[in-house]
Design a binder for this molecule. Sequence first.
Ligand code: NAD
Length: 318
Amino acid sequence: MKTVLVTGAAGFIGSHVVDALLARDYAVVALDNLSTGDRSRLDGRAHFLLGDVRNPDDIARAFERPVDVVIHIAGQASISLSFQDPSNDLTVNTLGTINMLQASLAHNVPRFLFASSMTIYGNPEVVPTPENAEIAPVSYYAVTKYAAERYVHLTAARRDLTTPFDVTSFRMFNVYGERQSLTNPYQGVLAIFIGRLLRGEEIVIHSDGEQSRDFVYVTDVARAWVDAIDAPATFGQVINLGTGTPTTVNQLCDAVLSANGQSRATYPVRYAAAQLGDLRASGADITRARELLGWEPQIRLEDGMRRTVEWAMTAIKR
Ligand code: NAD
């Protein structure tokens, strides 16, 4: 049985990756500082360690048992908070990744997977955007994520390594689904809309709502992470995870409202100024994920959204 160390394991995406790992009989060590994570998301079979990826002593505890694979998902995930507190964004996202790389090398871990982000493309010329598009971040968050991604791949390319170190980065687009925070106003536009609707609060759309996003369901994303562990074709690669189908924020809002028997005519929706670092158009070219991983998103937005709304209605009562 292989042991996988998952950082950010009590987070939205991390907890689903843990579920997918356990379903395939991996042993899981889960490291999280619970800054936005929640232990209740985490399957009790994972060995939980409260710790911070900025703290080498905390990381050392996570390697006390032999680790075969590191899945580094912990991160500061908010674009707006990256502008409010750039040094926190930098230390968590970039320094935290450097720390995880150093510890992985020190413990001869042969496999390392990293949570990168589509935000690194900025406002791309081509949508759907392939991985070889120009990198042009428009937020501090995207800068720290891209720096971390480059550290991962440059580390794997070091000529002084004496043991194998194979890396993969997933440039995830807008991931959504069950367990995304309904109360965190800084990350996850779909969960923010659903949370506001279920609490009877007005929905705020930044900009004119015609900006597009590529929403990909979290279990589809988790499957890609676990499939990649033993897929040599993905070694050394950066891989987009999206659906290829852009949805405008207005369309998203309408879908959330109509799933609850409402519309923009019946429910308070306010338009506000665009936020710093907002992107205009975003969509993934997923040819590489298809070719290297045989990966295909399976959950259509309407189905994933219905599941998310059903989950949210029970979660919000708790
Ligand atoms: P999340 O906030 O739910 O998960 C992040 C997890 O990391 C949380 O459990 C948090 O407690 C933990 N964490 C944060 N700082 C930490 C630290 N210093 N030490 C240890 N643990 C720490 O967010 P998410 O949406 O699940 O995102 C997970 C990762 O994926 C992030 O790195 C994010 O940048 C990246 N990402 C997310 C999306 C998306 O659409 N949600 C898209 C692209 C990339």
